[in-house]
Each structure stands twice: as structure tokens, then as C-alpha cells.
Design a protein around this ligand. Structure first.
Ligand code: UDX
Length: 441
């Protein structure tokens, strides 16, 4: 790393999935980082070396960077930005009622740091923000000696550390070349493509990337529905199209629909941004519609498995394998499993669930989200007396379950609705269980 870069002091505002990973990884590659959060309890936890989220490799990186004196946690945005040359805004940009991104947290953080930023400091929008947000932050800062740069993140939950340290590219958007180069210099020790462009293009890249990935998943879910209709097998179809380098195999795994804290928010925001600027993004609306339909299709599969209408599942016991929005994370936000379970329970079903991230002590957020769902401490326990077994999340250990034992404890006539195509239909059927996957013949 260039000498000047190592002397650079970074401030990070927000220590959620993005802020904590960003701050820790920048410290890991040699920068001095001060992370600020508004939650004193969280700041204390982090200063005590405890990591409040599941992110592979993050705990070790935080521990090493703290002991090297390059990473500290403080209360509030101003304290994080006080001595910083570059300040990353990593605060939430939740979805507003009308689908647009709510910038109030970004604007509040900008207002808090405006009075204390050093002259020549650079403020970086790391959070996913609508096109034009660098102008919105400049308007709040009211500092013509401070520059605002867009540097969107492409981190996936569960693999965020790897995604940060081995990115496919770094995107930087700025009207000021020197400010853009200053931010680009932070990534000197990472061997990757650095794309420097204007702010609007950088902000659009983020939405276009997530929109395309969501479209790819919705496409394969729609193809899975077609496979069921024409008697094809989606696993063969996915192999047949994914082996075309122009299509690529990733993000072609059928499932219960995409969820999480990003795709749902960003796909709706993309439609709204287009609409606000006079473009009817009908394709993206279709991507969202297919996702909503996929959830309904899963509920119908469960109802068919027990021979009932989906509106009346009284007396039905559902064994749920997985609760998070995907494997590798503890995040329940916008989890398809949670949404489908809520519908099943609304129709009268009793749900017993296991997830690797909910079989220990629950956080207050998890307690709230999981109220009414009976949690088991072992996966196999959800099969006891189950009228239907649902595989919601593709945790690798689920594929190791003893299917003979499942059939024995669930009882004859129970069907597995495998929403992640985790199992081989023949293996399941050989035990006497019924099987219904997503797009499986
Ligand atoms: C996503 C983007 O991948 C990341 O680049 C961006 O910065 C944030 O949003 P994330 O939300 O963590 O990351 O999850 P991702 O791994 O993209 O999966 C999103 C959803 O799509 C999940 O619900 C997942 O289960 C689903 N999915 C993904 C599928 O159903 N099939 C697939 O093949 C891939």
C-alpha cells in the first residue's frame, strides 16, 4: 500500500451488516478505522470483541484489527468522523411506503458530521441510495471544501468478508476526480478492477446489479413453474442453460422466491426511480410479480401436500427446515420462510421449526420475529408427527439428515415440500415419504 494511504484515517457511520464489514475489512488491509453507531449497547458489545451478526471470518478480522489498534468503536456519527480523512456512510436506506428509498438516516448522519469534518474530507455513500443521492448529501453538508463520492457495496450476507476482500470490481462515482482517486487509493492492496465514473452511473450500477440478479432468480423460478407444467426437470434445464458462459450457472437456483434486506427493497426502489423519471420499468415489475407469485405457489404446494385448501390448514402440523432468508446468514428480514410460515399459521397450521441460527439463545429481534413458532433444538425434531415437511433454506447440514428417520418420525403419508431442491426426489420417495420440489419432474 502507498505510504500516504496508510496514514489515511477512516470513519464509518453505522455498524450493521455493511458498516461493520466495511470498517473491519478496511482496518484489516491496513487503514485506521473508527466506526460509530447510535446504539450504545452495540458499541459496548463490539468494544468487548462480540460480533452481533453471523458473517464468516468477521469475528477474527475484528479481533486482529482491534488488537493492532487500527479499529475502534465509538458512539455516534460525529465521533466516528471527527479525525477522518474519508467518512463512509453505512446507515440503513429502508423502503418507504411508496417504494422509494428512505434517505432520512443518511441525511441525519450527514447533518451530524457536517460541522466537524476536516477541510478536504471526503464523504462516501456506501449504503444503497437512489440515483442523485450524492447531490442530496452535498445539500445537507453545505460544505464546499468537502466532497461526496458514491462507492456502492456488492456484499452478500454470509460471504461479505470474502466479497469485500476479493471483489469482482470496485465502483466509485464522483464529480471530483481527485476525491474519486482518494477513495480508490484505499483499495490499493486489493487486486481488482476499479471503475471510476460519475455519481449517477455509480448509483445506477448498484440498482442495476441487484435488479439483474433478482431478475435471474425470478426467471429460473418462472422456468421451474414451466417445467412442472410441461413435465421437464429444472435441474437439467438449469445445467443446460447455465453452462452457456453468456448466462452463467450462478443465481439460477430455484427457491421460494428471493428475500433479504436488499432484493425486495432495491427491486421496488428501481421501479420507483424509473417511474419518478418518466420510465415505466415493466420488466422489473414483472420480476417482482413473479417473486410474489412464487411465494403463493409454495403455499399451494403445502396445502396440496395435506389435501387441504390453503385457506384452511387447521389441525395441520408443519415441520419447517430453515427460517433465514438464505443459508449462511442469521438474517430473518424479508425471509420467504417467515412470510410463508406466517401465511400457513394464519390458515390455522401449527409450525415447528429448526434453523441453525435460532437453536441457541435468541436476540430480542429474533424473539419478536419468531413469536408463535415452536423452535426445536435439533433438525430431526421438526419431523415428529409432521403432516408436511417444508425445506425453506438451503443449509448444507439439512442435506445430511437421515431420511429413513424422517419418514419414521413423520409417519407414512407425509410429504416433503423441498423449496430449495436440496434432496434427490428418489432418495426421499424410497423412504415412503411424498416429495414435491420446485420444477422437479
Ligand atoms: C444481495 C446481492 O447479491 C449483493 O450483491 C448486494 O450487495 C446485496 O443484496 P444478499 O441479499 O445478501 O445479497 O443475498 P443473495 O445471496 O444475493 O440472495 C438474495 C436472495 O435470492 C436470497 O433470498 C436467496 O435465497 C435468493 N436466491 C439467490 C435464490 O433464490 N436463488 C439463487 O440462485 C440465488
Amino acid at each position: 500500500m502507498s505510504a500516504s494511504a496508510s496514514a489515511i484515517r477512516l470513519g464509518v457511520v453505522g455498524t450493521g451488516y455493511v458498516g461493520l464489514t466495511t470498517g473491519a475489512c478496511f482496518a484489516h488491509i491496513g487503514h485506521h478505522v473508527v466506526c460509530g453507531d447510535i446504539d450504545q449497547r452495540k458499541v459496548d458489545l463490539l468494544n468487548d470483541g462480540q460480533i452481533p451478526i453471523v458473517e464468516d471470518g468477521l469475528e477474527q478480522i475484528v479481533r486482529d484489527a482491534r488488537s493492532a489498534g487500527r479499529l475502534e468503536f465509538v458512539l455516534g456519527a460525529a465521533a466516528a468522523a471527527a479525525d477522518a480523512d474519508i467518512v463512509f456512510l453505512c446507515v440503513p436506506t429502508p423502503q418507504s411506503e411508496d417504494g422509494s428509498a428512505d434517505l432520512s438516516y443518511i441525511e441525519k448522519a450527514a447533518a451530524q458530521i457536517a460541522p466537524i469534518l476536516k477541510p478536504g474530507a471526503v464523504v462516501v455513500n456506501k449504503s444503497t441510495v437512489p440515483v442523485g443521492s450524492t447531490l442530496a448529501v452535498e445539500a445537507v453538508l453545505q460544505r464546499d471544501d468537502v466532497f461526496v463520492v458514491s462507492n456502492p457495496e456488492f456484499l452478500r450476507e454470509g460471504t461479505a468478508v470474502g466479497d469485500f476482500l476479493q471483489p469482482d470490481r470496485v465502483v466509485i462515482g464522483s464529480a471530483n476526480r481527485a476525491a474519486a482517486e482518494k477513495v480508490a487509493g484505499l483499495y490499493d492492496s486489493i487486486d481488482t478492477l476499479i471503475i471510476i465514473t460519475d455519481p449517477a452511473s455509480a448509483e445506477t450500477i448498484k440498482y442495476a446489479a441487484n435488479g439483474f440478479l433478482a431478475m435471474k432468480v425470478s426467471f429460473v423460478n418462472a422456468i421451474a413453474a414451466m417445467c412442472e407444467a410441461v413435465g421437464a426437470d429444472v435441474t437439467a434445464v438449469v445445467e443446460g442453460i447455465g453452462s452457456d458462459k453468456r448466462i452463467g450457472r450462478q443465481f439460477l437456483n430455484p427457491g421460494p422466491g428471493w428475500g433479504g434486506s436488499c432484493f425486495p427493497k432495491d427491486s421496488r426502489a428501481l421501479v420507483k426511480i424509473a417511474e419518478d423519471h418518466g420510465y415505466n420499468f415493466s420488466m422489473m415489475k414483472g420480476v417482482v410479480e413473479v417473486n410474489d407469485e412464487q411465494r403463493a405457489r409454495m403455499i399451494d404446494k403445502v396445502a396440496r401436500a395435506v389435501g387441504r385448501h390453503h385457506s384452511n390448514l387447521t389441525g395441520v402440523t408443519v415441520g419447517a427446515m430453515g427460517l433465514t432468508f438464505k443459508a449462511g446468514t442469521d438474517d430473518l428480514r424479508e425471509s420467504p420462510a417467515m412470510a410463508i410460515i406466517a401465511e400457513l399459521r394464519r390458515a390455522g397450521a401449527v409450525v415447528r421449526a429448526f434453523d441453525p441460527t435460532t437453536c441457541g439463545e435468541l436476540s430480542p429481534h429474533q424473539e419478536l420475529a419468531l413469536a408463535g413458532i415452536e423452535l426445536t433444538s435439533a433438525l430431526i425434531d421438526v419431523t415428529d408427527g409432521a403432516d408436511v415437511i417444508c425445506v425453506f433454506t438451503e443449509w448444507p447440514e439439512f442435506a445430511e439428515v437421515d431420511l429413513e428417520q424422517v419418514a419414521q418420525r413423520a409417519g407414512a403419508g407425509t410429504t416433503m415440500v423441498d423449496m430449495r431442491n436440496l434432496f434427490d426426489p428418489a432418495d426421499v420417495k424410497n423412504t415412503g415419504l411424498g416429495y414435491d420440489g420446485v420444477g422437479r419432474r
